[in-house]
Design a protein around this ligand. Structure first.
Ligand code: 5AD
Ligand code: FES
Length: 357
């Protein structure tokens, strides 16, 4: 325990660890060590963000996808998925509801759907920004070319989420068909950052074929890339995918990784994800207590929620936006945290001299 405590102190101090240190933290079974890791991550999170929790309104606007990722319920080969697209008007009415509920960030997430040309997406972004100029728009629409990313940025998009999924090339190949490559993923991430987006990468915890070594590579990649946001949540099998019989990722490992990521990157915007809330009824609360500082309640219209199913047993598919919003506020209050009406930008943008980098 003493040695592990020193490793955790080193991680907090240096915001980094040599591979062997990461390996020890990823493999230890000592309860006290894990509790100490959580406490240090929570303390760092408190020193940067206090007890505030940022909320993002998630609008799942299309579940058409041209890709065929083995883990994902909306992969093109899943002929059982009931496909839908939201119109610009439907998206704007989600924003209206969201704005009234206190959301100041909207996340447009969808499959890689060719229907949404640059022109269509830019028109939607412009409409959102002109109606809600005090809100941030986050795009999460997968891999596109540089021109497309530039056009969306010019139209007013502020942030982009593109999980790297795994930093290990061989592992990447086991999760995706051969048309999808780690190289192209990483190129997209670098392009997004160059353009000026606040960028989020991330991965699933406990995805099939993940090992301690691939996780170390994920952590080292995050250290090197310095994303503004990191999205991680447990892998959960979907019954109509090739990974239907694989085991889900665990609560414990997800919490451990949230804490490590907080210590490596004190300023990072780190959501306690819906997938975490799906594997454990208190998953999102435990995520916040382990160092996360963002939650992303669903703003999609109730009629389509049950269709945007990346994995089985997803929570909140029967709830209205307002229910999720207030449910989240209560959940956070119960653990001593406060949901705030704020864009919740990466703080170094506002405050370059904060002492953390
Ligand atoms: N379990 C958990 N997360 C998943 N995602 C896709 N399928 C699953 C699943 N079965 C994640 C991917 C993707 C994000 C939008 O959702 O990491 O990037
Ligand atoms: Fe959706 Fe609790 S967050 S019902």
């Amino acid at each position: 325990m003493k040695r592990k405590k020193e490793i955790i102190d080193e991680l907090e101090r240096e915001q980094c660890l040599p591979e062997e240190g990461l390996r020890e933290l990823l493999s230890t079974k000592e309860k006290e060590t894990l509790e100490y890791l959580r406490q240090r991550a929570e303390a760092v999170r408190q020193s940067v963000y206090g007890n505030q929790v940022y909320i993002r309104g998630l609008i799942e606007f299309t579940n058409y996808c041209k890709n065929d990722c083995y883990y994902c319920g909306i992969r093109r080969s899943n002929s059982l998925a009931e496909r839908y697209r939201l119109s610009r008007e439907e998206i704007l009415s989600c924003c209206k509801m969201g704005y009234e509920l206190g959301f100041r960030t909207f996340v447009l997430q969808g499959g890689e759907d060719g229907y949404y040309t640059d022109e269509r997406l830019c028109e939607i972004i412009r409409a959102m920004k002109s109606s809600y100029p005090d809100c941030a728009v986050t795009m999460s629409v997968g891999e596109r070319d540089r021109e497309s990313y530039e056009a969306m940025y010019r139209a007013g998009a502020d942030r982009y989420l593109l999980r790297h999924e795994t930093a290990d090339e061989a592992h990447y190949g086991k999760l995706h068909p051969k048309e999808l490559t780690r190289k192209s993923r990483m190129e997209c991430l670098r392009t997004l950052k160059e353009i000026g987006y606040q960028v989020g990468c991330g991965f699933m915890v406990g995805s099939p074929y993940q090992t301690t070594d691939t996780l170390i590579q994920d952590l080292l990649f995050i250290k090197e890339f310095k994303p503004h946001m990191v999205g991680i949540g447990p892998f959960i099998p979907h019954k109509d995918t090739p990974f239907r019989d694989e085991a889900a990722g665990t609560l414990e490992m997800t919490l451990r990784l949230l804490s490590i990521i907080r210590l490596m990157h004190p300023l990072v915007l780190l959501p306690a994800t819906t997938a975490l809330g799906t594997i454990d009824a208190n998953g999102r609360e435990l995520g916040i207590l382990a160092g996360a500082n963002v939650v992303m309640p669903n703003l999609s219209p109730r009629e389509v929620r049950g269709k945007y199913l990346l994995y089985d047993n997803k929570i909140c598919t029967g709830d209205e936006a307002a229910e999720c919003r207030f449910c989240m506020e209560k959940r956070m209050e119960k653990i001593g945290y406060q949901v705030v009406v704020d864009r919740g930008d990466y703080i170094a943008y506002e405050n370059p001299g904060s002492g953390f980098s």
